[in-house]
Design a binder for this molecule. Structure first.
Ligand SMILES: Nc1ncnc2c1ncn2[C@@H]1O[C@H](COP(=O)(O)OP(=O)(O)OP(=O)(O)O)[C@@H](O)[C@H]1O
Ligand SMILES: [Mg+2]
Length: 451
C-alpha cells in the first residue's frame, strides 16, 4: 500500500485511553503508528487486538493487514506482541516474530502499518505537526523546544545542544521569530573565526585599527542590534576571546577594536553547540563563568534515532514541500527501511535524501526500498547475520528467544530450568539473552531474588 502525507490528519488515540477506561501510568508504554496514517495504542495488562477489523482496539485498515493481526499486552512489566496467525506476519525491527518482548524505539510492522514503541505520557500531544516556523515534529521534539518558546520574549540566553543536523540553527531562528524582536537574526560560526581577528569580528573595529583594516566594521554584535545573535559552535571560541565575550554579556556593551569608548548593545544571545558545554568546561576548554552566563536555559535537541516516530512523517513532509505540494507515493517497506537506519547526520541527511529521491526518481510512480541508497537499504541487518548461506538465521534466533521468554516465565526467570525445559544448553540460553540486553530476566524472578 502507498501513502501520501495527507493521511496524517491528526492522531486517533486508542479509545480505551481517551475514555479513561485504562489507568495510564506516567511510565506507560505505547505503540505510535506513523505510517500510512497515525494512531496510538497504549499497551496495558489487558491484551489489545490490532488489525483491519473495525472492532479492534486500534483498527489498522490496509490490504496487507489481517482482520485480527496481532495483540499487545503487558506480561508483568514486559510489553509483548504476539502474532495472531496473521497472513503477512508481525515484524519487530525488520525481523519476523511470533511473540516478542518490546522496548522503546522498537519498530513494529503489521502489514503496511508501521509503529514505534514509545513511552506514553498523557500530557503530551503526539501528533506530528508544525511546531515552529518551517519546522515539524512530534510530541517529543515539541516538548524539548517548548521551554524555548516560553522564554522567547525574554532576554534569557539559551544554549541549544544537539548533534549535527538536529536543527540547532532552525530552533535559533524560531526563537528569534517568537521573540518578535525587530532587529536582525545574525548567526556567526565561532569555528570559522580567525583567533587573531575574533575580537574585531565580534565587536567591530575602527578603520586602521590593525593591518588590513582599511575600513571600519561594526562586527556581529552590533549587526544583531535589537535582534538575535546566534553564536554557533561556541566551544570553538579561543579562551582569550571567551573572556571578552563574558564581559560584553555582563556589561551589555562592547568596545570595538581601536576604540576606547564602549558601545551599548541590545542583543539577545543564543549559543549552539554539538558538544555539551559541561564537557568542554571539564576539559578546561571553556570558561565555567561564560557557561553560567549562556545557560539561562539549555535545550537539548534529540537525535533522529531517538525519535524514530518523526522519520517517516518528516520525509513525507520534505517530499511534499520539495515537490510543489504533491509528494510521490511511498511503499511501506521503503518507510520501514527508513526507520531501521540510524541517521547519523540527523534531519539534514533526511532532507538531502528527499532531494536526492526527487532528483533521481521523479518518474517513479511509487518510492520503493530498492531506490534507497545502499547505506540506508542495508540498515538493520544484524551485525552477526551472515550475508550468504546462514547457518542459523536471525529469524531462527528470534524464534528461539521467544520460546526462551515463554519458558523463563513458566520457570520464574530461572535460566537453568528454562534451558532444560527447552532442551538447549545453558550457554545457548545466555547467548540468546545477551543478544537482547533490553530484556531483563531478573524482572521475572520473585522480588527477593532480584539483584
Ligand atoms: N524539525 C525540523 N523540521 C523541518 N526541518 C528541519 C527540522 N530540523 C532540522 N531541519 C532541517 O535540517 C537541516 C539541518 O538543520 P540545522 O541547520 O538547523 O541543523 P544544525 O543542528 O544547526 O546542524 P549543524 O550542527 O550541522 O550546524 C536544515 O535543512 C533544516 O531545515
Ligand atoms: Mg548549525
Amino acid at each position: 500500500m502507498q501513502s501520501k502525507f495527507q493521511s496524517y490528519s491528526g492522531l486517533s488515540t486508542d479509545p480505551a485511553v481517551s475514555s479513561g477506561h485504562v489507568s495510564v501510568r506516567d511510565d506507560a508504554i505505547a505503540v505510535q503508528w506513523v505510517f500510512p496514517g497515525s494512531a496510538l495504542t497504549c499497551i496495558a495488562k489487558v491484551p489489545k487486538v490490532l488489525g483491519r477489523d473495525k472492532n479492534c482496539a486500534t483498527p489498522l485498515v490496509g490490504r496487507e493487514t489481517s482482520r485480527r493481526h496481532a495483540e499487545v499486552y503487558l506480561d508483568g512489566p514486559v510489553p509483548l506482541i504476539r502474532d495472531l496467525q496473521s497472513r503477512n506476519g508481525v515484524f519487530v525491527n525488520g525481523i519476523k516474530v511470533s511473540l516478542a518482548a518490546l522496548k522503546f524505539q522498537d519498530i513494529v510492522r503489521l502489514g503496511e502499518w508501521i509503529g514505534i514503541v514509545i513511552p506514553f505520557d498523557a500530557k503530551i500531544d503526539f501528533t506530528f505537526r508544525s511546531i515552529a516556523p518551517a519546522w515539524h515534529g512530534g510530541g517529543r521534539l515539541a516538548s524539548a523546544i517548548e521551554p524555548a518558546r516560553r522564554v522567547a520574549k525574554t532576554d534569557l540566553p539559551i544554549t541549544i545542544e544537539g548533534e549535527t543536523g538536529t536543527g540547532k540553527e532552525g530552533l535559533a531562528r524560531a526563537v528569534h521569530a517568537w521573540s518578535e524582536r525587530v532587529g536582525n537574526f545574525v548567526g556567526v560560526n565561532c569555528a570559522t573565526i580567525q583567533p587573531e581577528l575574533a575580537e574585531a569580528t565580534l565587536f567591530g573595529h575602527r578603520k586602521g585599527a590593525f593591518t588590513g583594516a582599511d575600513r571600519a566594521a561594526i562586527g556581529y554584535f552590533r549587526a544583531a542590534s535589537g535582534g538575535t545573535l546566534l553564536l554557533d559552535e561556541i566551544v570553538e571560541l579561543p579562551l582569550a576571546v571567551q573572556a571578552k565575550l563574558l564581559r560584553a554579556l555582563e556589561e551589555k556593551e562592547v568596545v570595538p577594536v581601536g576604540e576606547t569608548d564602549p558601545v551599548r548593545i541590545d542583543v539577545r544571545v543564543l549559543a549552539a553547540t554539538q558538544e555539551p558545554l559541561r564537557q568542554a568546561v571539564r576539559e578546561r576548554r571553556f570558561r565555567p563563568d561564560l557557561m553560567a552566563r549562556l545557560e539561562g536555559l539549555t535545550v537539548v535537541l534529540p537525535p533522529l534515532r531517538d525519535r524514530r516516530e518523526d522519520i517517516a512523517p518528516l520525509l513525507l513532509e520534505f517530499l511534499r514541500e520539495l515537490n510543489g505540494g504533491k509528494p510521490p507515493d511511498v511503499d511501506h517497506k521503503f518507510a520501514e527501511q527508513l526507520l531501521l537506519y540510524d541517521w547519523p547526520l540527523n534531519v539534514r541527511e533526511l532532507y538531502r535524501l528527499a532531494r536526492q529521491l526527487l532528483a533521481l526518481h521523479s518518474s517513479e510512480p511509487v518510492l520503493r526500498r530498492s531506490l534507497l541508497p545502499p547505506r540506508i537499504r542495508e540498515a538493520g541487518k544484524l551485525p552477526d547475520e551472515p550475508e550468504q548461506a546462514p547457518t542459523r538465521s536471525a529469524t531462527q534466533d528470534e524464534e528461539a528467544f521467544n520460546k526462551l521468554v515463554s519458558a523463563l516465565r513458566a520457570h520464574a526467570g530461572n535460566v537453568a530450568r528454562a534451558a532444560t525445559a527447552l532442551g538447549i544448553s545453558r550457554a545457548r540460553a545466555y547467548r540468546l539473552l545477551d543478544a537482547r540486553p533490553d530484556f531483563e530476566v531478573s524482572k521475572l524472578r520473585p522480588e527477593g531474588e532480584r539483584q
